[in-house]
Write a protein that binds this ligand. Structure first.
Ligand code: SF4
Length: 381
């Protein structure tokens, strides 16, 4: 008869008195500090900025990618929870009492784009914990991973060499950062085509059942164009393309290259630039835009040209919120307010209509303050 050995004792040894005292100290620190740590980390405008706050304080020594993965897998609260260890308590207390100020405010491209759906939602998300599930986001993340998997790794040195040599370059998931109007914008462009120091294409992929072009899509590619310009690239022939793929679609090899080729062809076939509206109030990125729509079985594609004044109009409005030059604005759309989870959770004083009841809200008083969990409401019996 074969023997069997267990690697672990059947019962954990009873905690000694020192362990109990340490656990009590950690629990007390959590109760005192967790809400302020959460408020600090969630208010900084991007996940990258949140990681930088924690990394520079010495609380999260790992690379940014590990922080993003932890937040994706466990949520922000649980990720911050894991930081409460005995050796970090003094650092956590010092950080929340005296957080190192960013030299300038920071915002991610996706957050900037969300301002064009409703800026008040962006604002409320910085100060309230609200969790809701989105099938669209999950599908988008899977699709992006598939595109990224097609790309070959290339070092920054190789990129610089190709740019200096004036060679054509297609960059996938390219991290970009630039200071614009006193705000640091950070983001990862799905696909950028360069010819030396000239940017020729910014291409973004969206995964949705609706093939429409939304203002947030436009602002996203505009932000990458503006960041390329701020990094010394010429944008005089820059083309923007937004490809909309069905949710959960399997991405075939070469589809991204095929879409890019279709975008260039559409631009070559004639695509004029347009006069922007004067920059007053919240701009509508769709107003006056000349875009070409291409419908393929596999995707919908919107193509339009870079126009410096349009980009300036859209981005300066959005960035003035982050630089503190104006208060947040709520959408004027009653439809958006009716469907808004912040409205369902009674967090928005700027709502233009009551919530339509599609969400059920559970409020729980946790150590990170009130958490609003917004779920689809059950319909019928
Ligand atoms: S209720 Fe309306 S204005 Fe308020 S956050 Fe929601 S969508 Fe924006």
């Amino acid at each position: 008869m074969l023997g069997c050995r267990s690697r672990r004792p059947l019962m954990d040894p009873a905690p000694n008195l020192l362990d109990v005292a340490q656990l009590a100290e950690i629990a007390q620190a959590r109760a005192e500090c967790a809400p302020r740590l959460y408020a600090l980390v969630s208010s900084v405008g991007s996940q990258r900025a949140a990681w930088e706050v924690l990394h520079e304080a010495g609380l999260f020594p790992d690379a940014a990618g590990k922080f993003y993965a932890a937040v994706r897998k466990y949520g922000l609260e649980a990720t911050l929870d894991g930081l409460f260890t005995l050796d970090r308590l003094a650092i956590i207390r010092a950080l929340i009492v005296n957080p190192a100020p960013f030299a300038i405010p920071r915002v991610s491209v996706s957050t900037l784009a969300n301002q064009f759906y409703c800026e008040m939602q962006v604002h409320l998300a910085r100060s309230h914990a609200l969790r809701t599930e989105s099938a669209e986001l999950a599908a988008g993340a899977a699709g992006h991973a598939a595109f990224e998997a097609e790309a070959e790794e290339i070092s920054p040195e190789e990129i610089n060499r190709a740019i200096t040599a004036g060679e054509p370059l297609e960059l996938v998931e390219m991290p970009l950062s630039a200071e614009v109007h006193g705000v640091r914008i950070v983001g990862r462009a799905d696909r950028i085509h360069l010819e030396g120091k000239r940017a020729t294409l910014v291409l973004e992929f969206k995964f949705s059942g609706r093939r429409e072009l939304f203002p947030s899509h436009i602002v996203q590619v505009e932000a990458y164009g503006r960041m390329l310009e701020a990094n010394g690239f010429s944008t005089d022939r820059l083309v923007y393309a937004v490809a909309v793929l069905p949710r959960g679609r399997k991405v075939t090899d070469g589809l991204a290259a095929q879409i890019a080729e279709r975008a260039f062809r559409a631009a070559r076939d004639g695509l004029s630039m347009t006069d922007p509206r004067p920059p007053t109030g919240a701009p509508d990125p769709l107003a006056g835009l000349t875009a070409r729509r291409i419908d393929d079985e596999a995707f919908g594609l919107w193509v339009f040209r870079h126009h410096r004044a349009r980009v300036e109009r859209d981005l300066s409005w959005a960035l003035h919120y982050w630089s503190g030059r104006r208060a947040p604005e709520g959408t004027a759309s009653r439809g958006k307010c009716r469907a808004c989870p912040f409205n369902a959770a009674t967090l928005c004083e700027a709502a233009k209509a009551p919530p339509d009841g599609r969400y059920a809200v559970k409020r729980t008083e946790g150590r990170y303050g009130v958490l609003h969990v917004v779920q689809p409401a059950r319909r019928g019996p």
